[in-house]
Design a protein around this ligand. Structure first.
Ligand code: NAD
Length: 215
């Protein structure tokens, strides 16, 4: 199986956002030069990223905005709905649940279930959905067709929650807890940690002569 750099996938998300903005103001055609300028990468990088997935556009004529947007949505798996559960309804879990952009635009992620082990939280409603105890995970994941779990519990609880999510049948985990999770090969874990970004920022501020390399 060939591999594709994670940075390429991140840039596809950026290109998709730019295409969405172009489409919203009625622009029908774009070029690798324009996408590159907006994404702050080189035109060569844009062409290289897209080339992993086939041929798009025609030499000299550029890309059709709606077609490339549709293709990138398909490549990123965004043309189908993904059902999401949040496990850990503390500060972060509530903040994520309250992030309204989830179900706007072409985001195909839908919050379907919330879990917390704290008896004081179980039964409370968030977005009209009751918070449930994690012991109900297997049934709810199956009944609601949950694909993705967000792990927003303290570090010490994260692996146990990941094990429960995997056993219940989810396909991927967005892990906000500051720890590495062990999961079977077929499950993808995407770590999210703003402290990594903050520490990278500190490094680059301290070393202004070094330019960030996104390759
Ligand atoms: P919090 O204490 O407010 O919330 C944690 C919640 O998890 C609580 O409601 C608790 O009852 C619940 N919980 C604990 N064990 C559980 C279990 N086994 N099953 C189900 N629920 C369980 O904490 P917070 O501030 O919301 O942070 C949550 C996690 O997110 C922490 O690991 C924190 O380090 C991390 N975090 C990550 C980022 C990031 O950028 N990735 C930012 C902030 C916090």
């Amino acid at each position: 199986m060939s591999t594709i750099p994670t940075a390429t996938i991140s840039r596809l998300v950026t290109y998709l956002r730019i295409l969405g903005q172009l489409e919203s103001v009625g622009v029908k055609k774009t070029s690798s030069d324009h996408l590159a300028e907006e994404a702050q990468v080189s035109a060569f990088q844009v062409r290289k990223d897209l080339a992993y997935f086939g041929r798009f556009g025609t030499r000299g004529a550029g890309y059709s905005v709606p077609t490339l947007r549709r293709e990138l949505s398909r490549i990123l798996g965004l043309t189908r709905p993904w059902n999401v559960a949040i496990v850990g309804m503390g500060h972060l879990g509530h903040a994520l649940a309250g992030y309204s952009s989830f179900e706007q635009y072409d985001f195909s992620f839908s919050l379907k279930a919330f879990f917390d082990k704290d008896p004081a939280k179980v039964g409370r409603k968030v977005l009209d959905t009751e918070i449930r105890h994690p012991r109900e995970l297997p049934r709810v994941v199956s009944e609601k067709g949950i694909d993705i779990g967000f792990v927003t519990v303290p570090r010490a609880a994260a692996q146990g929650v990941a094990d429960q999510l995997v056993a219940a049948g989810i396909k991927g985990i967005l892990n906000f807890a500051p720890t590495l999770l062990n999961v079977p090969n077929e499950i993808h874990v995407e770590p999210v940690d703003f402290l990594v970004g903050l520490k990278r920022l500190s490094f680059y501020i301290q070393n202004p002569q070094l330019k960030e390399e996104f390759a």
